[in-house]
Design a protein around this ligand. Structure first.
Ligand SMILES: NC(=O)c1ccc[n+]([C@@H]2O[C@H](COP(=O)([O-])OP(=O)(O)OC[C@H]3O[C@@H](n4cnc5c(N)ncnc54)[C@H](OP(=O)(O)O)[C@@H]3O)[C@@H](O)[C@H]2O)c1
Length: 234
């Protein structure tokens, strides 16, 4: 497949390396000129391109950028993309640490629902609830005991099946969370979030999430990250 990755940070470059390793043709873009991605291209085997080119010929586009940056993408970026294009959103909204307040999300719109509205087409939420280090290092062969599982929500059933197959080929058990309305179950700070759980434990954790607590989960996660940053600085 042709896969375009927008965002070449910890997650974008990890996904690029793993996906080229599976034999996909991968393009990768950041907010600057492709020349700034020469090292990433050399490291991952992906082609460094401008953002618009990451979408042009792709079967799948992966948004691997801060949530606030989605609103800064070129206007009409997806307007001419084919209907069959699958867009994966791996993002997480971090208002205090990075994104600033996004009022619609503060009022209860889910992170990836907001992304859908910004880009004007459906997204599938995946890879948001695993740290880049775990994604890079902890994939395992199907059937291995304790294989980490990843939730996938949103999009049409057949598109979600494509993304779930990608999750599997990257070394993780996919767990179908259903429509994007259920994606609150995999947002920051929920019981399922970044805990490297296997499929059975992940399913239990996803079921335990309470939509009315989404803001609270997020705040607790941001506080946890702040404590980790402070500890690292000491
Ligand atoms: N890090 C993790 O472990 C992890 C795990 C799961 C999910 N996530 C989520 O995944 C997303 C990416 O995280 P990350 O840690 O990989 O971020 P990161 O290391 O900070 O990298 C962000 C990337 O996005 C690019 N970018 C920013 N604005 C852009 C724009 N308008 N157009 C094109 N590219 C743009 C940046 O390019 P420039 O350098 O040119 O600005 C950079 O390459 C975030 O939403 C994050 O919450 C992260």
């Amino acid at each position: 497949m042709d896969i375009g990755i927008i965002g070449a940070g910890a997650m974008g470059r990890t996904l690029a390396a793993k996906l080229t390793g599976l034999g996909h043709r991968v393009s990768i873009a950041n907010s600057r000129w492709p020349e700034s991605l020469a090292d990433v291209a050399a490291e991952t085997g992906a082609a460094a391109v401008p953002v618009v080119d990451a979408v042009k010929v792709a079967d799948i586009v992966i948004l691997a950028i801060p949530t606030k940056a989605v609103a800064e993408l070129p206007r009409g970026l997806f307007a001419d993309a084919p209907d069959g294009l699958i867009v994966i959103d791996i993002g997480n909204y971090h208002p205090e640490l990075r994104d600033g307040r996004i009022e619609a999300i503060e009022r209860g719109v889910l992170d990836s629902e907001w992304v859908e509205r910004q880009i004007g087409r459906p997204v599938i939420k995946a890879f948001n609830s695993i740290l880049a280090t775990s994604l890079a290092e902890k994939g395992a062969t199907k059937g291995v005991r304790g294989r980490i599982a990843l939730p996938v929500s949103g999009g049409a059933l057949e598109d979600r099946a494509v993304v779930m197959s990608m999750v599997d080929r990257l070394g993780f058990d996919p767990v179908d969370v259903g429509s994007l309305a259920n994606s609150f179950r995999q947002q920051p700070g929920t019981p399922a979030y970044c805990r490297d759980l296997d499929a059975a434990a992940l399913s239990t954790a996803l079921a335990a999430a309470d939509r009315s607590r989404v803001a609270n989960y997020r705040a607790l996660r941001e506080a946890e990250i702040k404590r980790m940053i402070a500890a690292q600085a000491r």
